[in-house]
Design a protein around this ligand. Structure first.
Ligand SMILES: [Zn+2]
Length: 253
């Protein structure tokens, strides 16, 4: 089962995916269970970033009414490999810094994969990598790596503490999407405020690794630079919070 605080965040995220749907040319449905694993793995691998390969389930297309509700008026079909199918599972294939994380170790690239398939090989449909204590905004290296992706690329940005060697780095331009609200330091009532108290951020939840999570960001994009709308779905393929904005959808019609 997905932790309840994550379910709440995913509901908020889906509401924004729904209201902002016209800004996206395509959508991808990511199960909450997989999303939760990604967050835990990201924190277990600190201070490294991780590169995760994502497989789709070719037996399981998006639930049609959900796909319709989240479609923009001008959406593109056949934009990427695996479009229209739910993501099924995730595998960690590499860890490293923001550059090395994109280059697979040799055992992933020799024999099985021809060199023409590039540094990431062609094993998975979609790829996701993490930005520990940094927003989910693609760097130049990220955009380059995405050129070899048959499906889409995703970035999971996390703000957490204790920070270890990675203080929150926010000096990046670009469009970001929070899962929930921005982490804003809260005023503390303590009369003598220590440095740490001054920095106190709201805690969304605590990971199995013991890290306090303050903010989660998740984006998806196609190699041509277009944003892809992410819908976080339950085991049946319906978005968390579906009943809320489904009512809204029918009343608008
Ligand atoms: Zn990156």
């Amino acid at each position: 089962m997905v932790e309840s605080w994550l379910v709440e965040l995913m509901t908020t995220y889906n509401e924004e995916s729904y209201t902002g749907r016209e800004a996206y040319t395509a959508q991808v449905h990511l199960p909450g269970q997989v999303f939760e694993s990604l967050v835990w793995w990201a924190l277990q691998a600190l201070p490294d970033e991780i590169l995760v390969g994502l497989d789709i389930d070719s037996e399981t297309p998006h639930v049609e009414e959900v796909d319709l509700a989240f479609s923009a008026q001008e959406s593109t079909s056949n934009l990427f490999q695996g479009q229209g199918y739910r993501i099924k599972e995730a595998h960690i294939v590499n860890r490293g810094d923001s550059y090395s994380v994109h280059h697979l170790p040799e055992d992933w690239t020799d024999d099985m994969f021809s060199s023409s398939r590039g540094s990431r090989a062609g094993r998975f449909t979609h790829w996701l990598h993490t930005h520990p204590n940094a927003p989910a905004i693609p760097s130049g290296a990220d955009a380059d790596a995405a050129q070899e992706t048959a499906g889409i690329d995703m970035i999971l940005g996390l703000r957490f503490s204790p920070e270890g060697p990675l203080p929150w780095f926010d000096d990046v331009e670009g469009q970001r999407r929070r899962v929930g609200k921005e982490a804003v330091p809260q005023p503390t009532k303590a009369r003598r405020r220590s440095f740490f108290q001054r920095q106190q951020l709201p805690v969304l939840g605590v990971a199995p690794s013991g890290h306090k999570i303050h903010e989660i960001q998740l984006i998806a994009f196609h190699k041509n630079g277009l944003g892809v709308n992410v819908v976080l779905v339950d085991e049946e393929g319906y978005p968390y919070g579906w009943s809320q904005f489904n009512d809204h959808a029918t009343s608008e019609a």
